[in-house]
Design a protein around this ligand. Structure first.
Ligand code: ADP
Length: 270
């Protein structure tokens, strides 16, 4: 039987930083250590861990923008840090990102429509009328209106602007979106709406997500599988989200405790 290539495969990825000082003599920080993981088409992998555990560094490595010092990252079978730059360029449009801070993710001088149109113009080169139509459709898809295309970032709420960023990220119909703390700065109600939107878009378009968050509740809402990070390493994995209560690593238990129901009656006492 033929074995299909995973959408994303990380093999022994490591990355360290120097903590500062003009001659980079500062403390050595191992941001990612020997990380291997894979993701199939249409899957959502939750990457959870406390602040500083290495999640965002791994996100940037997956996006092809932070070169690991060892290991390899294959996206659709292409080594993102390999010598074949043309192959990397060809798969790059299938890889998009939504960051936490939507206000600094968009150019404040561009309207929402212009921001969403940018990747379409850069990669797909359609005519003016087609771009206009596509932007209107994308805005509707994320729960806004075509009329919102004329607004500037400061005219949106945080939740609305995050919807604009999502519209921009899905404009090229990517295969994988890295969601880096994408709902973390939103209030709980708006968070739930954006998580539902991401879930609907995934069902509709068959995209995959790597969902990075310190919030296990948000990750559990969207993910099929889970990897828990601590001090640059994956310390626990879960392949079935229904078994969330079976997590055993102390870091996982701490993240789990943070999302336990307020009622002591319902509390898991293990
Ligand atoms: P997380 O996303 O889980 O909060 P990060 O990946 O941002 O963690 O950071 C992991 C570790 O690497 C932290 O100790 C952080 O300070 C360090 N780090 C990340 N990026 C840099 C950088 N550009 N220069 C120096 N240290 C960095």
């Amino acid at each position: 039987m033929a074995v299909s290539t995973p959408l994303l495969a990380l093999q022994g990825v490591s990355k360290h930083f120097h903590g500062g000082g003009i001659f980079k003599q500062g403390r050595r920080v191992q941001a990612n250590k020997e990380i291997s993981l894979s993701l199939a088409d249409g899957e959502c992998l939750g990457l959870v861990g406390e602040s500083g555990s290495g999640k965002s560094t791994l996100g940037r490595i997956i996006l092809g923008i932070e070169k690991p010092e060892s290991g390899a990252v294959f996206f659709q079978g292409v080594n993102l840090y390999g010598p074949d730059k043309a192959a990397v360029r060809a798969v790059r449009r299938d890889l998009q990102v939504v960051f936490q801070d939507c206000f600094s993710s968009v150019n404040p001088r561009l309207t929402a429509g212009e921001s969403i149109a940018e990747p379409l113009r850069n990669f797909a080169c359609p005519g003016f009328r087609d771009v206009l139509l596509a932007v209107g459709e994308l805005l509707e898809l994320v729960g806004l209106t075509p009329g919102d295309a004329a607004k500037y970032p400061h005219q949106f709420s945080g939740g609305q602007l995050q919807r604009v960023c999502i519209a921009r990220a899905i404009s090229l119909r990517p295969k994988l979106i890295v969601l880096d703390e994408a709902v973390s700065s939103l209030d709980v109600l708006v968070q739930a709406q954006i998580l539902d939107l991401l879930s609907d878009l995934r069902a509709e378009r068959g995209m995959s997500y790597v969902f990075i968050s310190h919030d296990l509740a948000a990750v559990a809402h969207l993910s099929d599988r889970l990897a828990v990070m601590y001090a640059g390493e994956i310390v626990e994995r879960l392949d079935n989200m229904e078994n969330l209560n079976c997590l055993t690593h102390p870091v996982s238990r701490a993240l789990l405790a943070a999302i336990l129901p307020a009622q002591p009656m319902n509390r898991d006492t293990r």
